[in-house]
Design a protein around this ligand. Structure first.
Ligand SMILES: Nc1ncnc2c1ncn2[C@@H]1O[C@H](COP(=O)(O)OP(=O)(O)OP(=O)(O)O)[C@@H](O)[C@H]1O
Ligand SMILES: [Mg+2]
Length: 194
């Protein structure tokens, strides 16, 4: 049998299997990113337990347009300025979370650094869908739509909307307890599981 190098999209999907198991794992990665970005307010909105939509908005440092593109590539991180793994002071450092989530959902990143215009980039199941200017306050907003819509093997293992919602809330509570200096606001009005 011939050994072959796998195409990037497939590699990302395989990696996604380890990073994103269910909506709560995506929520965890996104909120950790917001905390690492120095956010003081993080708002989280979920539809259908996070399966239809996860939205995480922060008031952190934001990203410039070229940085947004890099953030969506694998093994690209701002959190390891040197090559020393012992110096990690952030929650993330692998440069895996965003490309992994983007390979199993439709993921839109909107971001704006202070004193600059905002920019957005959308990846649909690993493929660039588009990018362009975006209007938002300084910070970052990530929208994850239809998680696992194209990964039936994963979707099959999701539990009820209510359980997925509860798992998301649990993750947010844990992160909030570890970081009482940032305010996390799960919005549940129209998002309560039916
Ligand atoms: N909310 C955010 N605000 C500002 N920058 C962000 C935000 N989310 C991601 N980034 C930038 O995008 C990069 C990639 O994010 P990603 O979560 O994929 O990797 P990571 O956080 O570096 O490592 P890990 O895979 O362990 O989470 C980050 O290193 C950071 O520079
Ligand atoms: Mg991260």
């Amino acid at each position: 049998m011939q050994i072959r190098r796998l195409p990037e999209q497939l590699v990302n999907r395989i990696a996604a299997g380890e990073v994103v198991e269910r909506p709560a794992s995506a929520v965890k990665e996104l909120v950790e990113n917001a905390i690492d970005a120095g956010a003081t307010r993080i708002s989280i909105a979920l539809s259908a337990g996070g399966v239809d939509r996860i939205e995480v908005t922060d008031d952190g440092i934001g990203m410039a347009p070229d940085q947004i593109a890099l953030a969506l590539e694998r093994h690209a991180t701002s959190k390891l300025p040197g090559d020393d793994l012992d110096e990690v002071a952030t929650l993330g450092f692998r440069g895996e979370a965003l490309p992994s989530i983007a390979s199993v959902s439709r993921l839109r990143v909107e971001s704006r650094v202070r004193e600059a215009d905002g920019w957005a980039r959308t990846i649909d199941n690993g493929r660039l869908e588009g990018e362009g200017p975006a209007a938002l306050p300084p910070g970052t907003r990530i929208v994850v739509d239809q998680l696992f819509a194209r990964v039936p093997a994963r979707r099959k293992f999701l539990r009820s909307e209510r359980s997925e919602f509860a798992a998301c809330v649990d993750v947010v509570k844990r992160l909030a307890m570890a970081r009482p200096d940032s305010a996390s606001l799960p919005q549940s009005s129209e998002h309560q599981p039916r």
